[in-house]
Design a binder for this molecule. Structure first.
Ligand SMILES: [Zn+2]
Ligand SMILES: [Zn+2]
Length: 401
């Protein structure tokens, strides 16, 4: 596999030390782990294996991946296995995409309390969608949906939108009918927005009174209850952004969307253009101005700081299932939906094999990239090198090739 010309890892290796010197006291253990994993990914430090062509003797070395979910080099295989499982669960109906966004005023609090705020966001959105859909004035159905949390905007600033993918129909409350949503109308976004705002702020206030929120640094004034109420006032008064795209795509489009979005990290390598004199240049899409492609240049340390804003708390799942699709009872509920929709069960496609493990004896070996004739055979396991692992931050100019 060819490596991109510039990777986040290059920035981390060269400027990780400078970043830690400036921000070390505020770095969380997850952020530290991610930095180290990204820097070591697919280098000799993690070990690997060597294969050799049985005809011309050409040798190829493959180093192991870090497997960290925030590493831009790694997500491929996890994504393939995960998508295969999702494909088997999709119903053959149009799907609606609904996006819920937290107001920017909440960003400092979310960055200090990512686990609490993201959990409240998911909870508030789930309660909003399920309650409004169940209301006989709107839809009168029990629905299900997938929610994917993204925390970034195009320039890596903090911007937590929750993307929900909702099958355009649901079960009647007694479970005897499939109620399809009208093709031109999903749920009134104004109602969703109000219910979401009220629910989220109630949960947030509850977390505050229970002492579950950290309010330090730029948020320290919020320790006074009067200031806290002042902080909530504009949040109660503004409209919260919720939008629904009309139901267009079927299962195929949903899969494509999930493939693009669920195992993503804050920036893909193809958007990185240059690392020169301590400055990183990358491409971004200006959604506010007709999706124009623009370039941004940031100080490398600032680039790392922004990248790390999007490291999720350990064990926090970016994607969740709710309602009919909730993990508990999903198979039975999906079977009922399929029966009502007279839809056959889709077979679970096989999970693709790992790309980096040495080929199993019964697996066809790769063809030699040098002579294009011989087969590449496994010759040696390369062990992990703890001394290299310990030195993951390298001075500028270190050659990784
Ligand atoms: Zn990796
Ligand atoms: Zn060969």
């Amino acid at each position: 596999m060819t490596r991109p010309a510039l990777e986040v890892a290059d920035v981390v290796r060269q400027y990780g030390a400078a970043y830690l010197a400036r921000y070390g006291s505020t770095v969380s253990p997850e952020q530290h782990r991610a930095l180290r994993a990204i820097a070591l990914c697919r280098t000799a430090a993690l070990g690997g294996h060597a294969t050799q062509c049985e005809q011309c003797g050409h040798v190829e070395i493959t180093y192991n991946s870090c497997g960290n979910r925030h590493c831009p080099t790694c997500p491929g295989r996890a994504q393939a296995a995960w998508l295969a499982a999702r494909e088997a669960e999709l119903l053959n109906v149009p799907y609606v995409h609904v996006v819920f966004t937290l107001p920017h005023l909440l960003s400092p609090l979310a960055l200090q309390n990512p686990r609490v705020l993201y959990t409240l966001l998911l909870q508030a959105v789930a309660e909003t969608l399920l309650t409004v859909a169940r209301d006989p004035h709107h839809w009168g159905a029990d629905i299900g949906f997938l929610a994917v949390l993204h925390t970034w905007g195009q320039t890596l600033h903090h911007h937590p939108p929750l993307h929900c993918v909702v099958p355009g129909g649901g079960l009647s409350p007694d479970g005897t009918q499939w109620i399809a949503c009208r093709p031109t109308f999903f749920l009134p976004v104004r109602v969703l927005s109000r219910v979401f705002r009220r629910r989220f702020l109630t949960l947030l206030h509850q977390a505050y009174t229970e002492g579950a929120l950290r309010v330090e640094g730029q948020c320290h004034t919020l320790t006074h209850p009067a200031q806290w109420q002042q902080f909530l006032a504009p949040l109660r008064a503004t409209e919260w952004v919720v939008y629904a795209k009309p139901p267009r795509g079927g299962p195929g489009q949903v899969l494509k969307y999930l493939a693009r979005s669920t195992h993503r990290v804050a920036i893909a390598h193809r958007r990185l253009l240059a690392l020169e004199d301590g400055q990183v240049t990358f491409r971004w899409k200006d959604y506010a101005h007709g999706n124009r492609q623009r370039l941004m240049t940031l100080d490398a340390v600032e680039f790392i700081r922004r990248f790390l804003l999007h490291i999720l708390p350990a064990g926090f799942q970016r994607l969740r299932h709710y309602g009919l699709l909730a993990n508990r009872g999903r198979q039975a509920k999906l079977a009922r939906c399929r029966e009502l929709l007279q839809q056959a069960v889709s077979p679970t496609p096989p999970v693709p094999p790992a790309t980096q493990a040495p080929p199993a004896p019964d697996q066809p070996a790769a063809v030699c990239p040098a002579c294009q004739r011989g087969r590449m055979c496994w010759v040696e396991t390369l062990h992990r090198q703890p001394d290299l692992c310990a030195r993951w931050m390298q001075p500028p100019g270190w050659d990784t090739s």
